[in-house]
Design a protein around this ligand. Structure first.
Ligand code: PEP
Ligand code: MG
Length: 539
């Protein structure tokens, strides 16, 4: 029996046989090219073929995991058009007189090494994308077929790392779990695993050469552990847990269409958190009463330039229309910290989590903010749209935001473009906002408590740093007292207060939140029915 711990990407339990994906270090041979121009032409043709494959993969990913997660394949297509990358390949062919395969593989290695060495976690995660694109290009040059993973038995996939395209090509019915040696919880593969609801662990320090195909493994996304060759006793216990999990999921289905109300009749608004319009399917499927956090910054990630006003307008409009009259709270862009986007040119910071992010960018670069606000005010005409602003620390910030909203409103008015001023709230995710929540409550329509950041700033613990996991205690009394204070201050002004951080879905705290008077809980779509069940059991 062998046991390893890693980082959990998705909480779930699986038991099954292992398939070890060993990627032989691309055995690309270096040969001398007599006709270098012919090699360059081969690269061009292979790049075209690769682009069409990626376009097909994009379509498949949109259907299966939604637009946001699929966007990575568009990024891959763009990488194939990147002049630095292509010039580097062509110049290697010319100057070193080498074959196309070798030039592509070597350039891919060089670029991916550069990305792996970057400080920024998001950029480091892109190293896998470069390798993915280069490997695909090499395969197309050699005419090699891709491994067909669709015909395998339901299995636990073990690998050094998985590229997003490998992940999305797998038939999700056939995957019991993913376990990888490398990869961050922020990688696109992790995002895909989460969207596919597949138990997954990354950063597991296992030696792949010591693991045989067909070995039995238990993957526990709750304890972030994988056990190879478990004892029969462990297998038996895990089977019971899997059965229990399935039964719970089945039972939860009965709660669809029911109210989220305590036995004594107190109603809680139970909303869902989403990253893109394509996630709305999960929201409706799980019967959420609305959307409590639409992380609009996902519209800005994984692309080369800002989304236009029109593109944003269409996305927000579609969201409110799909949700009919249900509330859709769209958070203005929360770029910065762990969500880095090249074209924002934010520059390097020593403390990005405490740095130039979210509303700070919007107030310093109002032209970016105005575009988003125009799209939001226009989309508000089509449904029950609310807006909320992230990372607020001071009253002046809210006043300045309102001034910009007013300027945008006047502009739309003058241009005779239909608009509506939506309900406007703020995220309470800094200790400063908590401490002045009495003053802020007078200014805003609602509070939504972002416990993920509130915990990191209150406990002075970087939420990205896995080494500090033992210290990251969202149940800390300081956090719970802050939540209570925010709710009380909101109510004194006749405003409502909700929680949209991960803590909102913490079933151990549901009753405490209800007793504190929390009005709304916004949680991952897969948690909606579990939280509803918990609320309905409260006296
Ligand atoms: C939070 O900080 O709790 C929150 C909901 O925002 P995010 O996790 O996107 O920072
Ligand atoms: Mg936050």
């Amino acid at each position: 029996m062998l046991k390893f711990s890693g980082k959990s990407v998705y909480k779930g339990v699986a038991l099954g046989r292992v398939i070890v994906l060993r990627k032989e270090n691309c055995q690309v041979k270096r040969t001398r090219a007599e006709n270098t121009e012919e090699e360059i032409e081969r690269v061009r043709r292979a790049a075209e073929q690769t682009k069409s494959q990626l376009a097909r993969l994009y379509e498949k990913a949109v259907r299966e995991v939604g637009e946001t997660s699929a966007a990575i394949f568009e990024v891959h297509q763009m990488m194939l058009e990147d002049e630095d990358y292509l010039d580097a390949i062509n110049s290697m062919i010319r100057t070193e007189m080498v074959n196309a395969e070798y030039a592509v593989a070597a350039t891919g290695d060089n670029f991916s090494e550069i990305f792996s060495g970057m400080e920024d976690e998001y950029m480091r995660a892109r190293a896998a994308d470069i390798r993915d694109v280069s490997d695909r290009l090499v395969r197309n040059l050699t005419g090699e077929q891709e491994t067909d993973m669709s015909s395998m038995e339901p299995s636990v996939i073990i690998a050094d790392d998985l590229t997003p395209s490998e992940t999305v090509q797998m038939d999700k019915e056939k995957i019991l779990a993913f376990v990888t040696v490398y990869g961050s919880t922020n990688s696109h593969t992790a995002i895909l695993a989460r969207m596919m609801n597949i138990p997954a662990l990354v950063g597991v320090p296992m030696d792949l050469t010591a693991i045989q195909n067909g070995t039995t493994a238990v993957v526990d996304g709750f304890s972030a552990e994988v056990i190879f060759d478990p004892t029969e006793d462990i297998c038996q216990k895990v089977r019971v847990r899997i059965q229990e999990e399935n039964e719970k999921l089945q039972l939860l289905q009965n709660l669809k269409g029911k109210e989220t109300v305590t036995r004594s009749g107190r109603s809680i608004r139970l909303y869902a958190n989403i990253g893109s319009v394509s996630d709305i399917g999960y929201v409706l499927e799980n019967d959420a009463a609305g959307i409590g956090l639409f992380r609009s910054e996902f519209l800005y990630l994984g692309r080369m330039d800002f989304p236009s006003e029109e593109e944003q307008f269409q996305a927000y409009k579609q969201a409110v229309q799909m949700m009919a009259e249900k509330k859709v709270i769209i958070r203005t862009l929360d770029i910065g910290a762990d969500k880095q986007v090249d074209y924002f040119k934010l520059g390097k910071e020593d403390n990005p989590a405490m740095g130039y992010r979210a509303i700070r960018i919007c107030l310093k670069q109002p032209e970016i903010f105005r575009t988003q606000l125009r799209a939001l005010l226009r989309a508000a005409v089509y449904g029950n749209l609310s807006v909320m602003y992230p990372m607020i620390t001071s009253v002046w910030e809210v006043r300045r935001v309102y001034q910009i909203v007013e300027e945008v409103r006047q502009e739309l008015e003058e241009q005779h473009i239909p608009y509506r001023i939506p309900e406007q709230g703020i995220m309470v995710e800094t200790p400063a906002a908590v401490m002045i929540s009495d003053e802020l409550a007078e200014l805003v329509d609602f509070f939504s408590i972002g416990t993920n950041d509130l915990t990191q700033y209150t406990l002075a613990i970087d939420r990205q740093n896995a080494k500090l996991d033992d210290f990251y205690d969202p149940h800390h009394k300081a956090i719970l007292r802050m939540i209570r204070m925010v709710v009380e201050n909101a109510h004194k002004c006749g405003k409502w207060a909700g929680i949209c951080g991960e803590l909102g879905a913490d079933l151990e705290l549901t009753e405490e939140f209800v007793r504190m008077g929390v009005d709304e809980l916004s949680v991952a779509p897969s948690m909606i029915l579990r939280v509803r069940k918990q609320v309905r059991e409260i006296m």
